[in-house]
Each structure stands twice: as C-alpha cells, then as structure tokens.
Design a protein around this ligand. Structure first.
Ligand code: ADP
Ligand code: TRP
Length: 331
C-alpha cells in the first residue's frame, strides 16, 4: 500500500509567507513524489474555534482552497477536500476523545498559552476557551489517522499535535490491536520558523505577516516595512541573521542566492536588498496571484473540485471507519 502524506490548513486568516514556506511549499514538494498517496485539505472546522462570522468564514475557507490550487496542487493526482465534507472524521473524533486523557489536552500548547495569559491577567484560567480549542488536537488526530497517514508536513508549532496523534493511536492500538500506523511530522528545518515584519514569528496573531497574494504595490510596501538594523549601506552584513535574506533564498535561484550572499558580505544597503527581494518574490507570485484571483471569482468551480475530493476521501474513510466501529463493538 502507498504511504500517505497529509496536511491541512485552517481558514482563520489570509495565508501568509510563514504558512507558505513552513507548510505549503514543503507539502507541494513532497507531492511531486509519485510513491506517496497525497491528501490535502481545508481544515474548516478547526477554523470554527475562532471565526464566528459566517461570511468571513466562507470567504476564508475558499481562500485556503484557492491558495493550494493557485500554488500548483494538482487536484486530480491528490485527494483534495474540505474537512467538513467528510463526516467520518467527526465520528472518529468522538471515538478518539474516549482515548485521549484530559491531562494530555491540558498540556496542549495552544490551550496552555491561553491559560498562562489568563493567569497573568488574573482572569479565570479558562476565560475565552471554547471546547473546540480544548479538543483541537483530538480533531487533528482524527484528520491524520482517518487516512492512516505516515507523514505530516507542518510548521514547528504543530509538532506537539502530531505527537499527540501518536499517543492516541498507541492507546487505541493497545486496547484493540494494531489499527493505526504512527504518523511522523516533517518540518522544513532551515525555515522552521519564519520571522515576520517585526522579527517575531510571522503569525496572524501578531499582525506582522506578509500575505502571499497581496497586490504588488502593497507587497512592496510590506517588504519595505521589514525591520532592519542601522548599519550603513556599505557595511558587511550577516545573511544568516537577516529576514530579508531568509526570504530571498526561498524565491531566488541558487546562483542568485549565492550572488546575494556575496553582496551581503561586501556590503549592501537595506533598501537595495529589499528591492531585490521584491523582484524575486513578485516574479514567483505573479502567476499564482492571477490564478488565485480567478478561482476566488468562481467559487462554484472550487465547490466542484472540493466535492470530487470529498468523494475520493470518503471512498477511504467510510470502509475504514466501519472496521474501527467493528473493533470497538459499536457494530
Ligand atoms: P498562524 O500562526 O499565522 O495562525 P497557522 O497556525 O494557521 O498560522 O499555521 C498554518 C501552517 O503554517 C502550520 O503548519 C504552521 O506551522 C505553519 N506556519 C505558520 N506560521 C509560520 C512561520 N512563521 N514559519 C513557519 N511555518 C509557519
Ligand atoms: N492544526 C493545523 C494548523 O493550525 C491545521 C491542521 C488541522 C492540520 N488538521 C491537520 C495539519 C492535520 C496537519 C494535519 O496549522
């Protein structure tokens, strides 16, 4: 049987360069490997933990689907679906909640960081926590194990969730015998955490992102906002600590990257470095941006593609869930 690679993105904001470099780009690279079965999805119900405006939610969900396709995902060769179109995942989510200890959820980082912040502000520890946030790692476990996934390409912040999926899989296997393989995460080491405009991790939560499909003028403006030090233009600079260089190498050819490295070492003004970054980034993004805008103007097309994907996904999830239900004695 082919090994499965699976990853999802939740629709909670505009897709930014951190998402692209940390999750989408590595996933699309793996997608080129024919020996793998590929599953990519819009983790819409994960987004519901946060987005409670229907119009915005719908728009963001289409946005994730259009992003995958615009960046080159081939829906014919992969299983490309919307999580909420595969009800078996949610049934499995319940089954897994009976195999996930509450303590394990208490230690999940997203929940823990809200609790810590509440403590700091002298609020009730669970202030602002809905059960969706609390159970988030269990639903993610169901996403992963529903398709017997072996490899999960994600950014560094999702590693703990994949480890939780392994724990839950082991728990289930210990009780009912070997049922689920243990998934492994795959992170892009060199850019595991891409910094944002202010130098902190690029994240919607910090408002320091560069959305990938921003119009060129806005993109240029954002690039100009990247924080730099006050070294004079002709002073030698360290490419390894520069956000501009980190981004540059993701979009430039190897020879361009080498050239830029030399320029850093010989001294390059930040203004010039930013202009070069804009050039290579825009060169790469031009075509996908156009495709993205086309798809967003034709959501019916997106619906059709996602529906077809959901059928493929359910071709796998329906029989597998049946086996699982037999094991636990529901049927
Ligand atoms: P955000 O932090 O903006 O809310 P998400 O949590 O929606 O981003 O992340 C979606 C995917 O993109 C995850 O796999 C995550 O690890 C990856 N990712 C997000 N931000 C970054 C970043 N700055 N560097 C690398 N990967 C990232
Ligand atoms: N939790 C992931 C994120 O915040 C999104 C996600 C949901 C996911 N289910 C998944 C990623 C399954 C990989 C596999 O980015």
């Amino acid at each position: 049987m082919k090994k499965t690679i699976l990853t999802g993105i939740k629709p909670t904001g505009q897709v930014h360069l951190g998402n692209y470099i940390g999750a989408i780009k590595p996933a699309l690279e793996l997608a080129k490997i024919q020996e793998y079965k590929q599953a990519y999805f819009v983790a819409d119900y994960h987004g519901l933990t946060k987005i409670h405006d229907a119009k915005e939610f719908r728009h963001l969900s289409y946005g994730i689907a259009a992003t995958w396709l615009a960046l080159g995902l081939d829906a014919d060769k992969t299983i490309f679906y919307r999580q909420s179109d595969v009800p078996e995942i949610f049934e499995l989510n319940w089954i897994f909640s009976c195999f996930a200890s509450k303590g394990l959820m208490n230690r999940a980082h997203a929940y823990k960081s809200i609790v810590d912040s509440n403590k700091q502000h002298n609020r009730d520890v669970d202030f602002g926590v809905n059960m969706g946030i609390y159970n988030y790692p269990i639903l993610m476990t169901a996403d992963i194990l529903m398709f017997n996934t072996e490899i999960v390409p994600v950014g560094k912040d999702q590693v703990q969730h994949v480890e939780i999926a392994r724990d839950i899989a082991k728990n289930f296997n210990n009780t009912y015998g070997e049922t689920f393989g243990l998934p492994k995460y795959k992170i892009q080491e060199s850019t595991a955490i891409l910094p944002g405009l202010d130098g902190r991790k690029m994240s919607k939560s910090y408002n320091n992102t560069i959305p990938i499909f921003e119009e060129p003028k806005k993109l240029e403006k954002l690039i100009n906002k990247i924080k730099t030090d006050s070294l004079p233009p002709d002073a030698p600079k360290d490419p390894h600590t520069s956000i501009i260089f980190m981004l540059y190498k993701e979009f430039a050819s190897p020879s361009e990257t080498q050239q830029m490295k030399d320029q850093y070492l010989n001294g390059i003004g930040w203004g010039e470095a930013k202009a070069e970054l804009f050039k290579v980034m825009n060169r790469f993004l031009e075509e996908p941006r156009e495709k993205y805008n086309e798809l967003m103007a034709s959501t019916g097309t997106l619906d059709n593609i996602l529906q077809e994907g959901a059928e493929k996904a359910r071709g796998l999830s329906i029989p597998f869930l049946k086996q699982i239900k037999r094991k636990i004695g529901v049927i």
